[in-house]
Write a protein that binds this ligand. Sequence first.
Ligand code: GLY
Ligand code: MN
Ligand code: MN
Length: 437
Amino acid sequence: MKPYSDRRARLLAQMEPGSVAVIGTAPEVARNADSEYPYRHDSSFYYLTGFTEPQAVLVLVAPRGSAAAQSILFCREKHLESEIWDGYRYGPDAAREAFGFDFAFPIGALDEHMVRQLSNASALYAAAARSADASAQQQRWLEGVRKLSRSGITAPPVLRDLPPLVDEMRLFKDEQERAIMLRAGQISAGAHARAMRCARPGVHEYELEAELLHEFRRNGAQFPAYTPIVASGPNACVLHYNANNRQVQDGELVLIDAGCELDGYASDITRTFPVNGRFSSAQRELYELVLAAQQAAFAAIAPGRKYHDAHDAAVRMLAQGMLDFGLLQGTLDDVLAEKKYTQFYMHGTGHWIGMDVHDVGVYRDTARDDKPSRLLQPGMALTVEPGIYVRPAAGVPEQYWNIGIRIEDDVIVSDGGFQLLTGGAPKTVAEIEALMK
Ligand code: GLY
Ligand code: MN
Ligand code: MN
């Protein structure tokens, strides 16, 4: 539990003396009658607690004068009948002990406690305007405090947005997080290899999806980190395709974008391969181009480089290839300046990754007027995912029509450059063709 208590201490150290922070976990959500979506905790709540039960709230009280800092958990009470139906719950006493909180109370005591806790507090840190329910609840607490004003009690004069503080902490992955993310990357890489092995003309996209899910789960991953994309033929040009119900035809490519979530951490891999195990020459030309774009992006990832350098490097490589293969006409400068490449490459080359697949953390230095790209530092985790998507259109060489390719890996910036988390998934033409033989 030490990583979690260390994080609480680091957050407390950033708070104003005598202030209070409150962060709840995610709600349970009904899918339909008597059936709920699989429960997934709130990432930032989990980051600070390690606690995965629903109906839980963390309250942090920053020290002031002789008053020490406090970490307080509110959670479900023990309840024999509920536990017979739905399983074990810690209850406040065991949770306090197991997770290292200073105090723990039943969730039903939260409102009353918060009125007391916010009396004379210097500030309240909470997620501003993230949900109507949470905002209404905070207002009720503050109203409760104001009612005590005749006794000389004051409500916190300052409300602060809590997520930016936690997000910036989450952006830098510690050793324990890096180990989990590496394992998640290994499991997902194995799943991609498994799908390639099971592919053959006539297979349905959902059969390949089933292989991915099987490999995730048999290795202990709790969920897919996002809905898998298994996109064959023209579907590969639909960026967020996930119907996954088409039968793959001989000669087509399959684009799979899938990663597992392991112990609260996402992985995010895309591989594109020929369903019959051999790239056609047009497929190979564009595939090698995307691979070269990814290499160019990798070369731009190191401490001190701008976050956006990797995207710029990938775009330059892709744009030159689009000219070389006759997808675009003109000069490289013109294609870049006019962003003509967006006809075939219309998304960014990556994003932060961590507890959320599109993880928290700002990409630009928002304190400066010109909002420059922030610089990479060790511990930041990001994806590198160039692609090319050729929809049929006048003037576009027909041999490339309906080819959609993306190659995506996850990396963590390290002292010397970066650590590749997802290298276990076959990627070169030779590796893919050898595996599928
Ligand atoms: N799978 C989501 C993404 O690649 O961003
Ligand atoms: Mn991604
Ligand atoms: Mn992806």
